[in-house]
Ligand binder design. Structure first.
Ligand SMILES: CC(C)(COP(=O)(O)OP(=O)(O)OC[C@H]1O[C@@H](n2cnc3c(N)ncnc32)[C@H](O)[C@@H]1OP(=O)(O)O)[C@@H](O)C(=O)NCCC(=O)NCCS
Length: 421
């Protein structure tokens, strides 16, 4: 990453952040998000920060706008790819709406492209309208649910395995849970390979952030041989007169199979003294949606989740698999990354011996016209290109091409990201 000035805002030169910019970086983030990051949290967050990946637009020695990226391995259909996890994006309230976010996003994409390692960039957006203009498409959604307490919250049809038992463990014993996560992460697009630093971040339990909740707890579902599922949760009692009871807050639940998952849900939905259980980030295809006796009572709220950007269209398209054979010319618009702005012929599963996916520039007539944002939305297999077509965001130039491409891009299980970053 070289230190060069942002083309759009020479008044606020953009440069890579150094170690001694850390305090200014945290201060800018606190102002931008209207919070005070507790010292303990800032110090702990530093563990996952990667020196050299942070960017700042500076006024003197003050970073007035910031952004960083984490080096992730992101599961995509048929494999995993390096991805820049964009985070800690903020602009001082005194310096908003003068192009600083735009300058940082442009510079960051250029840096990622120049480094040549990460064909994808991904992020969680504090507000959905911010990132589409930079080519990030909504690639995964999730449900938030609040399940009223009941021993019968899920139907008796949900599979059970008498060999399973539940055991309370310390969240610090995350290594017990890691194999369950690793298997799930290989199968589901949108999940991130999780190393020790990210596990420690997941089970971090900062007293200043508990807001009356208990400490973080962990329960595993296991048989004689292995752990098959886990849940991380905290409880908040409510003794107020007339209260229906406290709340169980689930931080993460993961399972290797349906019986283990059902056992964990039965446990989480029927804890003594609790009135309801809140799951804030549930996959859109979670079996729970079929098991709940009364889905409506859990008030499912659909939310945007991971946004994805193809930094290098050719590499990204070549390095995922497709559900059905495909030979299509995509005319991709990308105003920010000129190296992507081209017609690409994408061929998958054409019966050749190597079976490899090919993606090359072409001058041939396009079958579909779309923006890089729409490609990002469809890439993980959770947003149908055909639906984007119905919305007028993908244009079909060859009859039938949209339906074929749409089927090829879709993926089961649906993309989901349990890690907010
Ligand atoms: C969101 C934020 C980073 C925008 O920074 P900024 O420097 O004001 O943005 P820019 O001036 O570069 O704006 C670029 C474009 O995005 C638009 N935009 C910026 N913030 C937006 C928002 N919150 N909602 C919708 N559009 C927004 C601008 O209107 C501008 O559009 P234009 O090019 O058509 O004029 C800044 O307001 C901020 O720090 N907010 C609080 C923290 C936050 O939400 N960070 C994002 C974390 S995911």
């Amino acid at each position: 990453m070289s230190d060069r000035s942002a083309p759009t805002e020479p008044r606020y030169p953009v440069r890579a952040l150094h170690e001694d910019d850390w305090a200014g970086f945290v201060a800018t983030d606190s102002h931008a998000f209207g919070i005070t990051v507790p010292d303990a949290v800032a110090e702990a967050e530093r563990e996952v920060h990667e020196p050299g990946r942070g960017l700042g637009a500076f006024e003197g020695s003050t970073p007035v706008a910031i952004a960083t990226a984490f080096s992730f391995e992101l599961t995509v259909p048929g494999g995993a790819l390096p991805a820049a996890g964009v985070s800690w994006v903020g602009v001082l309230p005194t310096h908003r709406r003068r192009g600083l976010l735009g300058a940082l996003m442009t510079r960051q994409l250029q840096d990622v492209h120049d480094a040549g390692r990460e064909p994808l960039a991904a992020l969680w957006a504090s507000e959905p309208p911010i990132y589409g203009r930079f080519g990030y498409g909504l690639a995964s959604r999730s449900y938030a649910l609040t399940v009223p307490r009941s021993a019968q919250a899920i139907t008796e049809d949900a599979p059970a395995d008498p060999a399973l038992r539940l055991r309370l463990v310390s969240p610090e014993d995350w290594r017990l849970m890691q194999p369950v996560y690793d298997v799930a992460a290989r199968e589901r697009p949108g999940m991130l390979a999780r190393d020790e630093r990210w596990w420690r971040r997941l089970v971090r339990d900062t007293p200043e952030l508990r807001e009356g909740r208990s400490g973080l707890r962990a329960v595993v579902a296991e048989d004689e041989e292995r752990v098959r599922g886990y849940a991380l949760y905290a409880t908040k009692p409510d003794w107020a007169p007339g209260s229906q009871g406290g709340t169980v807050f689930v931080r993460e639940t993961m399972s290797a199979d349906a019986p283990a998952r059902a056992a964990l849900y039965r446990y989480l939905f029927d804890l003594d003294l609790m009135g309801s259980t809140t799951l804030s980030n549930t996959p859109v295809d979670d079996p729970l949606l079929f098991w709940l006796r009364n889905t409506r009572a859990a008030s499912p709220r659909l939310s945007d989740a991971l946004y994805l950007r193809l930094v290098d269209v050719r590499t990204a398209l070549r390095r995922r698999t497709y559900a059905t054979p495909l030979d299509v010319v995509l005319d991709v618009r990308d105003d920010l990354c000129p190296w992507n702005h081209a017609r690409w012929r994408l061929i998958a599963d054409d019966g050749t011996e190597d079976g490899a996916v090919r993606c090359e520039r072409t001058d041939g007539p396009p079958d579909l016209e779309l923006g890089v944002r729409e490609l990002g939305a469809a890439y993980l297999g959770g947003t149908a290109l055909a639906d984007l077509g119905l919305a007028g965001l993908v244009r079909e130039l060859t009859p039938g091409a949209l339906r074929t491409a749409s089927a090829a891009f879709l993926h089961t299980p649906a993309p989901w990201c349990p890690t907010a970053f």
